[in-house]
Write a protein that binds this ligand. Structure first.
Ligand code: SF4
Length: 425
């Protein structure tokens, strides 16, 4: 599915896998003494990656693979579900006894999988994990896979929230983006989602090839006319290693893009969708709980090809990445699905925390920083003071949050918490 609701940009492990790391699922190893003192465990989410798409979009840098089978055979659903189950079972010791706050099935195009397959997947998850009674369970859906009643069947399979990758309602722009759906399919998909689900998200992109401010306004008004309780709106960026990076299309000037974002925020506000994160707008009670957990530096277990995990233990924060290649993942899931494991160093923790938490317009409680990094406030004091002095941050005794200017210059603000490792965090 196009721009995921959330991009957890991770600058990569500074120190690489810890030299003495035994097997990635060896809890005793992760529970051994360490320099961090983490008081408690943050909420835990489960991310499940389904990596196939009908067609690779030219701007996409996600771990998505075109399902091309000249023989016309269907997706290897059952084999992939077996692999996910094996991966989850092997991971259970790392999250033993913890309940799961939210589940997000992302891709790729998860709605390519049949409702029966999604039903089996959630059955496998529920048989092995304790989900909160009101756990939010999101599935990403592509309007190009929309068929009447398909979304309703996902609802019956246990999905509670749909995230629909519309991107635009303008057929010319959809063609320019290499999308497999058109305006009519997008509208039909959203209308069906509105009938079948109590809450859903609609993805849009702006600053598209050939898009004017007026075009962007038409897209946003079309979206708002469908009364979505949540919208995620992303600036098209030319990501490395994509077709667009190699053959860049002509994009609107940056000033136009800024004007588009201002107009988007005005129109969504007028329609009762409050901006709560850099790219997310929601009616009260419809904020994405799964993504908010990422942004609050919560924990998540990621299973499936290329999925990322971030898990907290008493004395360390550990990241894992699954094998990216779906064929390799299918082959090795029951043996060892993990491609890399690393501990987040003391020097990296402040930046990683701010990379997520400063995306939220209400920022973070200072206590959360200490609880979720195991570091004292002195580790970020200088950065906070610098941010306040530059008018990018505001604070009170208990909380720190970005100003409007801080959100506009978020990368500059976040980089104030990048340490060169010399100053002890
Ligand atoms: S539908 Fe397009 S943008 Fe979305 S994951 Fe697939 S290739 Fe990427």
């Amino acid at each position: 599915m196009s721009v995921r609701e959330v991009r957890v940009a991770w600058p990569g492990p500074r120190s690489g896998p810890s030299p003495e790391a035994p097997h990635w699922s060896d809890v005793a190893h992760w529970m051994r003494p360490g320099t961090l003192q983490l008081q408690g465990l943050p909420p835990l989410s489960l991310y499940i990656h389904l990596p196939w798409c009908l067609k690779k979009c030219p701007y996409c840098d996600f771990n998505s693979h075109e399902w091309r089978d000249p023989a016309g055979t269907t997706l290897p659903e059952q084999d992939y579900l077996d692999a996910l189950r094996a991966d989850l079972e092997a991971s259970l010791p790392l999250i033993w006894g913890r309940s799961v706050h939210s589940v997000f099935i992302g891709g790729g195009t998860p709605s390519l999988f049949s409702p029966e397959a999604i039903d089996r997947l959630l059955g496998d998850v529920r048989a092995r994990l304790r989900l909160d009674a009101d756990a939010e369970i999101t599935l990403e859906a592509n309007p190009g896979t929309f068929e009447k009643d398909r979304f309703r069947a996902f609802r019956q399979a246990g999905i509670t929230r749909l995230s629909i990758g519309v991107q635009s309602f303008n057929d010319a722009h959809l063609v320019a983006l290499g999308r497999v759906h058109d305006r009519a399919q997008a509208i039909a998909a959203v209308e069906e989602a509105a009938m079948a689900f109590d809450t859903f998200n609609l993805d849009l992109m702006y600053a598209l090839p050939g898009q004017s401010l007026a075009d962007c306004e038409v897209d946003v008004r079309t979206a708002l006319a469908l009364a979505p309780p949540h919208i995620s709106i992303y600036h098209l960026t030319l990501e490395p290693n994509t077709y667009f990076a190699k053959y860049p299309p002509e994009l609107p000037p940056e000033d136009d893009a800024y004007a588009m974002l201002d107009r988007i925020t005005e129109l969504t506000g007028e329609a009762g969708l409050a901006r709560y994160e850099v790219s997310a707008y929601a009616r009260t009670g419809h904020q994405s709980r799964h993504n908010t957990n990422y942004w609050r530096f919560g924990d998540y277990l990621g299973i499936g090809a290329g999925a990322h995990s971030k898990l907290t233990f008493a004395h360390r924060v550990v990241r894992q990445v699954r094998l990216r290649d779906p064929r390799l993942y299918l082959e090795r899931a029951a043996i060892d699905p993990v491609a890399s494991v690393s501990e987040v160093t003391r020097a990296d923790l402040p930046f990683e925390f701010m990379l997520n938490s400063l995306r939220l317009l209400d920022g973070f409680p200072l206590q959360d920083f200490m609880d979720r990094t195991g570091l004292p406030l002195s580790a970020v004091q200088a950065g906070i003071e610098q941010g306040v002095a530059k008018g990018l941050l505001q604070r009170d005794a208990a909380r720190v949050w970005p100003t409007t200017r801080g959100i506009d210059f978020l990368s500059d603000l976040q980089s104030m918490f990048l340490f060169d490792g010399s100053a002890s965090a």
